[in-house]
Write a protein of this length. Structure first.
Length: 472
């Protein structure tokens, strides 16, 4: 008699369960991740920096979404910077990834959610959710119900009285109807003095307990006029069956600024995800633009360990530190050569007078962490286009201002997309390079300028195509 009951229960649970979750950014569920590249500086019908998000399957011209796209709520307006923040997950559990789009400024900054479909991402059923001061976004199934969830930085919440800086992250949970306010919860910063809680966020299982953990960091206000100066931070917010509930602050590695870019992967292959952060803001009272550096916190059963610094000299990508390299302005991590150790790509957009470059660092066992791999710039084999340095009259390409690793071509090796927001006087471009066992630059690569998408020059503030890329 027990058997039919069990089957009935199984059928009931199957009916409630979501489809096999799609990988983030796989909007049509075909097993290939699509590139989402924003142009936050896009002007729209006279509204400067209204913003837009281009979806570029395989790095080819695709669809541009703005607030004027059919189905997308709201209207384009000045300084929205629609697309300044992106995250993707399968929020409604239909087997196709969905896209959360945030702005940057404070007006009408709820999160827009675009849903995937068999035809890819569309405006159909698009919705806005969450707080109206949303900035940074990070997605993952925090409560393990099969629906991806979204962490949203609330830039105005619980901020210091004289300072507009976040003190809160809102957790929104997915369900069959997509992201909603139901069960939403707020995480607060672990210390009152901390500014910009949630400025950068990343998700992974750092203590290997099966629950996704949230990491947040901020570079802090490395500002001479700030009294007392805030020195940046890295926080670890361990997952629970209901998602992260509280955060603890990790010991800083470098005095002063904290990481403004974050990535998570298992770099030393021990099964615990590790944190890589890029610190690209200069020290307090430092009048030179930064050289930039990386910090690594290795995961363990008790959470992230004490951090270690890996600057360009220790990673042997530079003989001496130079100001204005902006090394670590962007980071992304994945196992590029499938050897079981996560690898890191590091953008250094200021290198060579803003021509920029990207450095690949190989993961390995302890003692062989973050060793130098490929060094990619326009002019190195397999990288399309010519390096463009800044002159008195125009900016450089800033190759590496943003980086992302996607499984775009359907094979086992992650592919690299590099943003060049300074390309053609700030119109911007992206370069897509296919991964292989032997690295990047061995297979045909592609450069796509914003003009190919009908996007005009974004203007002098360099928020062109390639300044923000969707990162799984
Ligand atoms: Ca979906
Ligand atoms: Ca969930
Ligand atoms: Ca965990
Ligand atoms: Ca590890």
């Amino acid at each position: 008699m027990a058997r039919p009951v069990a089957i009935a229960a199984l059928v009931a649970s199957l009916a409630a369960a979501p489809a096999a979750a799609a990988a983030p950014f796989d909007f049509d569920g075909d097993g290939r991740q699509d590139l989402a590249a924003s142009t936050p500086g896009l002007e729209h019908r006279g509204a400067p920096s209204a913003g837009g998000v281009a979806i570029l399957p395989g790095g080819r011209p695709g669809t541009l979404f703005t607030r004027a796209t059919g189905g997308v709520p709201g209207e384009p307006s000045g300084d929205d910077r629609f697309g300044a923040n992106l995250a993707s997950g399968d929020f409604n559990g239909d087997g196709r990834a969905d896209l959360a789009v945030g702005g940057e400024w404070l007006r009408d900054a709820r999160v827009t959610v675009l849903y995937g479909s068999r035809r890819g991402l569309t405006g159909d059923g698009a919705d806005t959710v969450g707080p109206d001061d949303a900035t940074t976004l990070a997605a993952g199934d925090f409560n393990r119900d099969g629906f991806d969830d979204l962490a949203v930085t609330m830039i105005l919440a619980d901020s210091a009285p004289d300072y507009e800086g976040s003190g809160a992250i809102r957790l929104l949970f997915g369900g069959a109807q997509g992201l909603s306010q139901q069960g939403a919860r707020t995480l607060t910063r672990p210390a009152r003095g901390q500014d910009e809680f949630g400025q950068a966020m990343a998700v992974g299982d750092l203590n290997r307990d099966g629950h996704l953990d949230l990491v947040d960091s901020a570079f802090g206000s490395a500002d001479v006029y700030d009294d007392p100066p805030d020195s940046g931070h890295v926080n670890f917010c361990p997952g629970t069956p209901a998602g992260p509930q509280s955060c603890t602050t990790l010991q800083p590695v470098v005095r002063g600024p904290g990481p403004g870019s974050l990535a998570v992967a298992d770099i030393d292959g021990d099964g615990y995800d590790d944190i890589v952060g890029g610190i690209f803001i200069g020290g307090l009272y430092d009048d030179k633009p930064p050289a930039g550096t990386l910090v690594l916190y290795r995961g363990s059963a008790s959470g992230p360990s004490e951090g270690t610094e890996f600057d360009q000299v220790t990673s042997r990508v530079r003989r001496g530190e130079r100001p204005a390299d902006w090394y670590g302005a962007s980071v992304a991590a994945a196992d590029l050569d499938r050897d079981g150790y996560g690898d890191v790509v590091v953008g250094s957009p200021g290198r060579n007078r803003d021509a920029g470059r990207v450095v690949v660092l190989r993961g390995g066992p302890r003692g062989r962490l973050l060793r130098r791999g490929d060094v990619l710039h326009q002019g190195s084999p397999g990288v399309p286009g010519r390096p463009r340095r800044a002159t008195r009259f125009r900016g450089g390409n800033q190759f590496g201002a943003a980086v992302t690793l996607l499984r775009a071509d359907g094979d086992r090796f992650p592919d690299l997309v590099v943003g060049l927001p300074g390309f053609r006087r700030g119109e911007g471009a992206i370069v897509t390079m296919r991964g292989s066992k032997r690295g990047f630059g061995r297979r045909p690569a592609r450069l796509l300028g914003a003009h190919r998408l009908g996007i005009e020059a974004a203007g002098p503030d360099f928020l062109g195509l390639g300044s923000v890329l969707g990162r799984p």
